[in-house]
Design a protein around this ligand. Structure first.
Ligand code: CP
Ligand code: NVA
Length: 311
């Protein structure tokens, strides 16, 4: 399999290096492994993967830990408080040393540059478990869930509403590579990075999809097949952002927002959710919500990813 040759032994820091076709193969592998299970498939046998988390996590840490076990390996979860990293040892020195003991590193940190420095210094594959800039493993599970619900990507209309940071960036990359029509609506000053927007416009041009970035939630959600949101205050963002949340009010995913979308709109959220802020409890728990399948698929998408990197 060509994708296997491309990913084996490599870092997975963003979705940028994957083509749309490669992403689709990965997602099909994830769907297959979800239905057939991993019995007898042990690409991580005898291997130990370190999970380094400088920010909290429920889904990513636990689903990676379980995915490593399912594939026959052992996982070692470490927070910055467990490491000299928390006392000022550099990320490069940490990566260099840990790579001598471990076969791979799954890392949640702050800047993308910090992740890249660690990957540069480490001789084993490094997987991005979220940075301030991107969350590619989340986007794999998101796309897998859309595939299960909608059957295909081309022409699917997706609106992302809220804060345009890590989750939005990875969703933009994945959606535009897969030929979707992606609209991102955020309050002014909270939009996605211009560099990533222009990168994704290039992917959309090549795939036949489209990307629009703006500030009008009603227009963005009109007639769409998928509505996606994320927390308004991300980990690592200043607490003062809470004082300005009024700007986000019209971006809340609620029944009124769903009324503007297509009749069978699917609602997505990476979780954790703040009911009553970016999404109402009724919508999160309602009949259009795909969030629990989406959360489950973190595990299956990562089983597929780890299998390709360590297979
Ligand atoms: N969606 C997600 O990454 O959740 P955690 O922060 O719980 O890992
Ligand atoms: N944007 C959120 C995503 C959490 C999974 C954050 O970075 O906190």
């Amino acid at each position: 399999m060509v994708l296997k040759n491309k990913l084996r032994g490599e870092d997975f820091l963003t979705l940028a290096p994957l083509t749309g076709e490669e992403m689709e193969s990965l997602l099909e592998e994830a769907v297959r492994l979800k239905s057939e299970g991993t019995k007898g498939y042990k690409p991580l046998a005898g291997k130990v993967v370190g999970l380094i988390f400088e920010k909290p996590s429920t889904r990513t840490r636990v689903s990676f830990e379980v995915a490593v076990h399912r594939l026959g390996g052992s996982a070692l979860a470490l927070t910055d408080r467990d490491l000299q990293l928390g006392r000022g040892e550099t990320i490069e020195d940490t990566g260099r040393v840990l790579a001598m003991y471990l076969d791979g590193l799954v890392v949640r940190t702050f800047g993308q540059d910090r992740l890249e420095s660690l990957a540069q210094a480490s001789s084993v594959p490094v997987i991005n478990a979220l940075t301030d800039e991107s969350h590619p493993c989340q986007a794999l599970a998101d796309m897998m869930t859309m595939l299960e619900y909608k059957g295909a990507f081309r022409g699917l209309r997706l609106a992302y509403l809220g804060d345009g940071n890590n989750v939005a960036h990875s969703l933009m990359r994945a959606g535009t590579k897969l030929g979707m029509d992606v609209v991102v609506a955020t309050p002014e000053g909270h939009g996605p990075l211009e560099t990533i927007t222009s990168e994704c416009k290039g992917y959309a041009d090549a795939s036949g999809g489209s990307l629009l970035v703006g500030n009008d939630p009603a227009q963005a959600s009109s007639g769409v097949d998928v509505i996606y949101t994320d927390v308004w205050v991300s980990m690592g963002q200043p607490d003062e952002k809470r004082d300005a949340l009024g700007h986000f009010a019209s971006f809340q995913v609620n029944e009124e927002m769903l009324d503007r979308a297509s009749d069978d709109v699917m609602v997505m959220h990476c979780l954790p959710a703040h009911r009553g802020e970016e999404i109402t409890g009724d919508v999160l728990d309602g009949s259009h919500s795909a969030v629990w399948d989406q959360a489950e698929n973190r595990l299956h998408a990562q089983v597929a990813l780890l299998g390709l990197i360590f297979g």
